[in-house]
Design a protein around this ligand. Structure first.
Ligand SMILES: NC(=O)c1ccc[n+]([C@@H]2O[C@H](COP(=O)([O-])OP(=O)(O)OC[C@H]3O[C@@H](n4cnc5c(N)ncnc54)[C@H](O)[C@@H]3O)[C@@H](O)[C@H]2O)c1
Length: 415
């Protein structure tokens, strides 16, 4: 097969490499010239795809900024961003613009699959009609399906091949073709009856996580007031062999998906006279967590008769989750900005994030970060960083991830 991929980020580049590894030709399109140049140089910019893996299949990947080569493809997968506007409403701009570009070169017999996360109805009501502006008819002259991406950056136990892939086609024939396509790179393909069901399934998965994270974060705030160790509580509850799924509290939700996707559904729900209250409440609790963490920092300093203003605060880990350098929606940014606004002197160490451009900060070594610090705060606990030693060496320490609970230093404060 000849596969076209539009949008070569965390979702699109791994897909391009997977199809090339399965022996298919890939036309990889992105509007970002730096990404195209990087692929042409056989250098990966996604941590999950080592450059040698990309280089091994680079001969089968044609990287381009132009839509015309997509006309030669059997199937085109759309993997562009689906962000929120400043008012937290769905921004379908990139998705519409990619679809419009594809419509200009669409050929009879092609299959188009949307992978970008979006609200139920997008593929049927927005994508198919826009593609049809070329004069071809969806479901008759070309096929359309939705298949949500489930990649979890940094994860190695589940891969594209071993993670079941959901597919919903506009017609049965559309679904047949999309199932056959994904069977080339996935062991299990799960077929649902409509694109709308596939769109909603993806949102249910993310909202499930968002609501459960909010629940355990609310518990953490309550346990803090009650003087109970939330980590001990979570550890104990997680011993139940059924009916409980572990979620850990933390400084807030980050990444491209969880802080964004649920609001696609709450926005859509309003059209159906519904308020999606779980979604809104979970968003509210999770968005408040960085502020709760700052209040926690203020208390730790206050107990030592210190003010935030003028204190040197050493932040360990700034990406949104352990083991990766992804900064999108990272709660560390909010914590750092609020602390800086309060007059703190913030320094940080993160082996995955060399620089925070907007904050004007560069990652320093563990020793330099601790040098002269009044307080060490573990915001994201990267593997390979010795957090026990950090909290033992810092005059004051606050652990927002519960990773130093068993450290010899009993003075460390937990979230
Ligand atoms: N990152 C994840 O872990 C993840 C997981 C599941 C689903 N998703 C969803 O997949 C979609 C893509 O996410 P991502 O993380 O890969 O985003 P990303 O920002 O890493 O990559 C998107 C790419 O699309 C390109 N792009 C933007 N507009 C374009 C256009 N009109 N034509 C061609 N390319 C264009 C951008 O330059 C960028 O390289 C989103 O809807 C996201 O919600 C992401």
């Amino acid at each position: 097969m000849h596969i076209g991929i539009m949008g070569l980020g965390y979702v699109g580049l791994p897909l391009a490499v997977a199809f090339a590894e399965a022996g298919h030709d890939v036309t990889a399109l992105d509007t970002d010239a730096r990404k195209i140049d990087s692929i042409r140089r056989r250098e990966s910019y996604i941590e999950d795809i080592p450059s040698d893996r990309l280089a091994a299949v680079a001969d089968r990947i044609e990287a381009t900024r132009h839509a015309q080569p997509l006309a030669r493809c059997d199937a085109v997968l759309i993997c562009v961003p689906t962000p929120l506007t400043a008012n937290r409403e769905p921004d379908l701009g990139p998705l519409m613009s990619a679809t419009r570009a594809l419509s200009g070169v669409l050929q009879s017999g092609q299959l188009v699959v949307v992978e970008s996360t979006t609200y139920p109805g997008t593929t049927r009501e927005r994508i198919a009609p826009l593609l049809e502006e070329c004069g071809l008819v969806a479901g008759r002259d070309f096929n359309v399906a939705f298949s949500p991406e489930r990649v979890d950056p940094g994860r190695t136990d589940f891969t594209l091949r071993t993670t079941p892939k959901i597919v919903g086609g506009l017609t049965d024939a559309c679904a047949d073709r999309a199932v056959a396509l994904y069977e080339a790179v996935c062991d299990t393909v799960v077929r649902v009856t409509t694109p709308d069901a596939a769109e909603l399934a993806k949102l249910l998965e993310n909202i499930f996580r968002s609501v459960n994270i909010a629940l355990v974060n609310e518990m953490a705030m309550l346990a803090d007031r009650m003087g109970i160790d939330i980590w001990e509580v979570v550890d104990a509850a997680a011993t139940k062999p059924y009916g409980f799924m572990r979620f850990d509290p933390g400084p807030g939700m980050g990444g491209h998906c969880l802080p964004v996707d649920p609001f696609y559904l709450s926005w859509r729900a309003r059209e159906f006279d519904m308020t999606a209250e779980f979604i809104e409440l979970a968003g509210k609790v999770n968005q408040n967590m960085p502020y709760h963490c700052v209040a926690r920092i203020e208390r730790v300093l206050n107990d030592a008769a210190k003010a935030v203003r003028g204190s040197r605060i050493a932040v360990f880990g700034v990406s949104y989750k352990a083991g990766v350098g992804d900064m999108r929606e990272s709660p560390a940014l909010k914590i750092i900005d609020v602390l800086a606004g309060l007059g703190a002197d913030v320094v940080y160490h993160d082996p995955h994030v060399p620089e925070l451009v907007e904050q004007g900060l560069r990652s320093t070594s563990v020793d330099d970060t601790l040098d002269g610090a009044d307080l060490a705060v573990i915001v994201t606990a990267h593997p390979g960083v010795d957090h026990d030693s950090i909290v033992e060496r810092a005059p004051l320490a606050l652990d927002l991830r519960g990773v130093t609970r068993r450290s010899k230093d009993r003075s460390t404060v937990q979230l």
